[in-house]
Design a protein around this ligand. Structure first.
Ligand code: GDP
Ligand code: ADP
Length: 403
């Protein structure tokens, strides 16, 4: 049997002596990892628990309010918590739909360590557990005018249920046909700089004189829809994503020649002469860096559009031979109820609970297999597998799986 579970929030209605000098409202889970205790919730607002995080450092003896990155889980009526691998805590939200039931609070993963260093304070990061085998995100880079947007649009049009676009933030002005929230989140520089400082961006870069960036939320929204995320970002951004924990594949699109690139940029008619010249100047450096940096896994030449699109589909395994993204998730599992217990055996988390009808009381279990999880904050933890085990007993004596 693995680690002992944390307290169950629903069992603590009367409050408990947490011993940390923190005022308990009786709704927390308290999980100990190394020399720290992580208290989650604390704000029992009516009956809903709000997933606030406080850390108690056993050496310093003081409570700390960390900077919390990632989307915070929505309130629920009860949750349990269990420590994983000394760097992460798994939360199970009772009574929540399965696509919102499993959340990871990263407390010392490489991403959290890096954010702690750059923000200079205690940091934790939420990452929702997404079931099923959604494939790695795809990063597409290449010089302005090479055809990135065109190829991505073709992919999204042909496979709307497989791919989702990561909508970036930018300080540049919208072009005629561009819609806020669809092509970009058009934003003020000061707002974007503030959000960057607060750790809301997975990556950002100054490109052609404007600020561009991928928010953590932009990537999370796509993963939540069960789709494979596509990021259209420049080489600097690709470098940052490569260094992050977002496990992606990196594709660089090359033009057949600089003359053809210029022709496409001019034919698109979306930039002023000055902007076109700036983009062409930057293109040479971008191509050089793209080719020599070792960031990219694949290079595609966009000479003939149809041929390039076919090559893209081939390398993504969606050219008709194999479909890598369509494993459906069975939804035949019961939701974990508010009252449940949780334990761990190796990579399996066992969520046990009782149900009863007129004649029978049965113990049920949901097994959560963590052995194929990928990703994590920033973004989502993908690849959770869950299945149910039922056992029916008569009478009321049940063994609780954990003590
Ligand atoms: N680092 C980074 N680059 C981005 C992001 N969004 C767009 N870009 C890049 O910014 C550059 C300019 O994009 P845009 O203004 O739409 O012009 P276009 O490339 O000519 O279509 C392109 O290289 C994009 O790949 C982002 O979120 N982060
Ligand atoms: N293979 C191609 N041959 C000719 N024109 C192309 C090709 N690919 C894209 N284009 C055109 O080039 C222009 C720039 O493409 P776009 O997708 O906007 O580039 P990017 O997103 O890389 O800046 C668009 O007008 C597009 O229709």
């Amino acid at each position: 049997m693995g680690e002992a579970p944390a307290f169950f929030a629903h069992d603590l209605k009367e409050g408990f002596l947490n011993g940390f000098g923190l005022k308990s409202k009786g709704c927390e889970t308290a999980t100990v990892i190394c020399n720290k205790t992580y208290l989650v919730d604390g704000g029992c607002d009516g009956l809903l628990l709000s997933f606030q995080v406080q850390i108690f450092d056993h050496f310093k003896g003081t409570p700390i309010k960390p900077v919390v990155l990632g989307t915070i889980p929505n309130s629920c009526k009860g949750h349990s918590a269990i420590a994983l691998n000394e760097d992460c805590i798994l939360f199970i939200k009772g009574g929540s739909p399965l696509d919102d039931a499993f959340w990871f609070l990263e407390v010392d993963t490489p991403y959290v360590q890096e954010q702690r260093k750059s923000l200079g304070c205690e940091v934790v990061a939420w990452s929702k557990g997404v079931r099923g085998t959604v494939e790695k995100p795809i990063v597409v880079s290449g010089p302005s005018g090479v055809g990135k947007g065109t190829l991505i649009s073709m992919l999204m049009k042909e496979f709307p249920s497989l791919f989702g676009f990561s909508v970036s933030h930018t300080t540049r002005s919208p072009r005629n046909m561009e819609k806020d929230g669809l092509h970009y989140h058009f934003t003020e520089r000061s707002v974007m700089e503030k959000d960057i400082k607060e750790g809301k961006f997975l990556e950002f870069a100054s490109v052609h004189g404007n600020l561009y960036g991928t928010s953590v939320e932009a990537v999370e929204v796509v993963a939540d829809a069960g789709k494979r995320c596509i990021l259209d970002i420049d080489v600097q951004g690709a470098r940052s994503v490569r260094a992050s924990s977002l496990d992606a594949i990196f594709i660089f699109i090359c033009p057949p020649s600089m003359a053809e690139l210029e022709k496409r940029l001019r034919a698109r008619g979306t930039e002023t002469e000055e902007q076109i010249l700036k983009r062409l100047r930057n293109a040479e450096a971008e191509i050089k860096e793209g080719e020599s940096s070792g960031i990219f896994d694949h290079f595609l030449f966009n000479d003939n559009l149809e041929e390039c699109y076919l090559s893209l589909k081939k390398l993504l395994g969606i050219d008709g031979s194999v479909n890598t993204c369509t494993e459906s998730i069975s939804e035949d599992l019961d939701l974990p109820p508010i009252v449940h217990s949780v334990s761990r055996i190796d990579n399996k988390i066992i969520i046990s609970y009782r149900t009863s009808d007129l004649n029978n009381e049965s113990q049920k279990m949901i097994v959560l297999d963590l052995s194929s999880i990928k990703g994590g904050a920033p973004g989502r933890t993908r690849g959770l597998e869950a299945y149910a085990i039922d056992s029916v007993t008569n009478g009321s004596t049940m063994i609780n799986q954990i003590s």
